[in-house]
Design a protein around this ligand. Structure first.
Ligand SMILES: [Cu+2]
Ligand SMILES: [Zn+2]
Length: 222
């Protein structure tokens, strides 16, 4: 359709305008839901063969940093020495922590040390228990993140009975699990704190997106 009067040359049909409004509303919602997690926590429970885990044995906090995650925690009741320490695939603590599946391994790599070039995402090496007192956990890991598609939130943190041999044992068990033996304790990595400024920015982008859309619509509608 052509109009003889000089107006803006594009006429947008109503159904298209409605569609645009609908799509941008959906986009705004998607933007508004993009939160950033700053801190997670796993409460560790002592495993029980074939069952859900029992008493609380420790707590580990996960702090999101620019390049990775800082871990800080404490565990009671472990024997002195080294114990394998991993993020496992699933947040399921049943069946003696076995339901948590294998080490979190999104790129299908072999098992390795925390500082190795080939490792599972969830490979955190060993924690060391002193001859007396609790096991203190203080470390950083550049692979771990609380955010995005590779987030460890909702997965399981597992402590093993034996030492992780860091994939150097030369056996199949070593290449897949570090041969760290039974799962001594496990806990689900949960959300503790999100970034309030990320939320504010989302609200801001929602308003700017909506208002610019309204201005465009008003312009085409005149
Ligand atoms: Cu493990
Ligand atoms: Zn592993």
């Amino acid at each position: 359709m052509f109009s003889s009067s000089i107006r803006f040359p594009i006429s947008i049909p109503l159904h298209f305008r409605m569609k645009t409004l609908f799509i941008s509303a959906l986009l705004s919602i998607a933007v508004a839901q993009k939160v950033q997690f700053l801190r997670g926590r796993a409460i560790l429970f002592r495993s029980r063969t074939g069952d859900l885990p029992g008493e609380v044995v420790g707590v580990v906090d996960f702090y999101q940093e620019n390049a990775g995650v800082r871990l800080n925690g404490s565990i009671n009741g472990l024997t002195a020495g080294l114990h394998g320490f991993h993020v496992h695939d699933k947040g399921d603590l049943s069946n003696g922590c076995l339901a948590a599946g294998g080490h979190y391994n999104p790129f299908n790599k072999n098992h390795g040390a925390q500082n190795a070039t080939i490792r599972h995402h969830g490979d955190l090496g060993n924690i060391e228990t002193p001859n007396s007192g609790p096991t203190n956990i203080q470390c950083r890991d550049s692979y771990l993140t609380l955010n995005g598609p590779m987030s460890i939130v909702g997965r399981a943190l597992v402590v093993h009975e034996k030492a992780d041999d860091l994939g150097l044992g030369g056996t199949e068990a070593s290449r897949t699990t570090g041969d760290a033996g039974a799962r001594w304790a496990c806990g689900i990595i949960a959300i503790m704190e999100e970034d309030p400024t990320a939320r504010d920015n989302s609200a801001l982008s929602f308003f700017s997106l909506s208002s610019s859309l309204l201005i465009i619509l008003a312009y085409f509608n005149q």
